[in-house]
Write a protein that binds this ligand. Structure first.
Ligand SMILES: Cc1ncc(C[n+]2csc(CCOP(=O)(O)OP(=O)(O)O)c2C)c(N)n1
Length: 413
């Protein structure tokens, strides 16, 4: 299945050539074989139906194939718990009862049947990354050979258009199956865990509402409730609160753009690209203060081309991810509560001025009580066709959150 973006390269000679005419021909996508092997489908159907403790991991191929409805039908019929890939919270509707979490944040061990759909089991090229070691049957379905290949062996697999495969699988479902006791039990367990997570999140939204400085989870909740329907969120914000955003498959739901890995620097360019590609959708850039500084020249591009992107800077004056990783490693840094090169204050960077210097209006948000109104102003500016920036001052959380030490030039720790 062809995917974008398309990279076009010209030789120097071609760039210098004059009077040359090229034609880009409009074409339909290549037709992909539609009929998966019946015997394999049969085995996948049996495995999913009879599993004691199944799990589906929903990856990028589902959206690439436009197979969201087929995915929902499969999950709902077979009462399958669905996890998403590494920080890929846009991979499945988060409010759906079958959603169970991000795979990297939960155990991958207690499942007997695991069905990976456009999901690669090994993303870090290390042995520790081997997943589902206790499963009897690991199934792989997907159309992207790069996603399916060069990873651990599969027991059952179909390389082919995800939409066709899921459609064929769904056709094997018989209404009677719904009466099976273990399917009903699975359904009830899924509804219960989903309600529990929603209740916990609602509780947190209230619990952190008054924290001052603003708690990052509270900022996440405030964004989810104040920003526009159908938002396309470009997230360069690893430890933030993407899991609280209303991502889903529906027209009013949000969708997520982020890298598959963890390299910083794509945020502003990614938001510019997203807005150019989806001119009629509200684009919000959710980015850490550290992340902004990798690509801050992109504000000028937003202003120059009137791209109505709302940027929310999660300003904790820290490389918090690095600090907490240092702490998790243990040793001297943790013992002394001193984390080199992670405190970004002194002087504090003023992101409102940074944006203003490039032609974008914005404001600081310091108080939790100001947050809703500020986000609404941001959304209104966006709706009026203007880029806008909110520099939201949030608190640090996790190990070393109280440390604002930094090493003087030339000194030892
Ligand atoms: C190009 C690149 N350089 C360095 C890193 C290492 N790194 C990972 S997270 C991070 C800090 C990000 O800080 P910020 O955007 O403020 O988010 P926070 O961790 O505070 O939530 C850094 C430097 C990286 N991921 N990519």
């Amino acid at each position: 299945m062809p995917t974008g973006p398309v990279y076009v390269a010209y030789s120097s000679a071609a760039l210098d050539a004059t009077g040359v005419e090229g034609t880009i021909q409009a074409a339909r996508p290549l037709e992909m074989a539609q009929t998966p092997n019946g015997a394999t489908l049969e085995k996948i159907h049996d495995a999913l139906l009879n599993a004691e403790n199944p799990l589906v991991v929903a990856g990028a191929d589902i959206r690439a194939a436009g197979a969201q409805n087929e995915m929902l039908e499969l999950a709902e019929n077979y009462a399958l718990p669905v996890a998403v890939a590494f920080y890929d919270y846009g991979g499945f509707p988060l409010a759906h009862p079958n959603y169970v979490g991000m795979l990297d944040g939960m155990s991958d061990k207690e499942y007997d049947v695991v069905c990976c759909i456009g999901y690669r089991q090994n993303t870090r090229a290390s042995q520790e990354d081997e997943k589902f070691t206790e499963a009897d049957t690991v199934i792989g379905i997907g159309q992207d050979p790069a996603m399916m290949g060069n990873t651990y062996a599969l027991d059952l697999d179909i390389l082919g258009d995800v939409k066709h495969t899921l459609k064929a699988l769904n056709a094997m479902w018989k209404p009677d199956h719904a009466n099976l006791a273990h399917i009903q039990k699975r359904k009830m367990a899924l509804a219960a865990q989903s309600e529990e997570r929603a209740a916990k999140q609602a509780e947190n939204a209230i619990k952190y509402a008054k924290d001052n400085p603003i708690h990052p989870l509270y900022l996440g909740h405030a964004m989810a409730r104040n920003l526009a329907d159908n938002t396309m969120l470009v997230s360069e914000n690893f430890r933030a609160a993407d899991h609280l955003m209303p991502f889903g498959y529906g027209d009013n739901d949000w969708s997520l753009v982020r890298t598959a890995g963890g390299s910083l620097g794509y945020g502003l360019g990614g938001a510019v690209g997203a807005q150019l590609a989806a001119a009629d959708r509200p684009v919000v850039l959710s980015i850490g203060d550290g992340g902004v500084m990798y690509s801050s020249a992109g504000f000028w591009t937003m202003a120059r081309y009137s791209l109505p992107i709302l940027t929310v800077v999660w300003n904790n004056m820290n490389y918090q991810t690095v600090r907490t990783n240092f702490a998790a490693w243990g040793g001297n840094m943790q013992d002394q509560n001193k984390y080199p090169e992670t405190f970004l204050g002194d002087p504090a960077i003023d992101f409102v001025m940074l944006a203003k210097s490039q032609g974008i209006e914005g404001e600081h948000v310091n108080e939790p009580g100001e947050l809703d109104a500020a986000l609404k102003r941001g959304a209104a500016a966006q709706a009026a066709g203007e880029p806008y920036l909110l520099d939201v001052h949030i608190t640090n959380v996790g190990a070393g959150a109280d440390s604002n030490w930094y090493r003087a030039f030339g000194s030892q720790i």
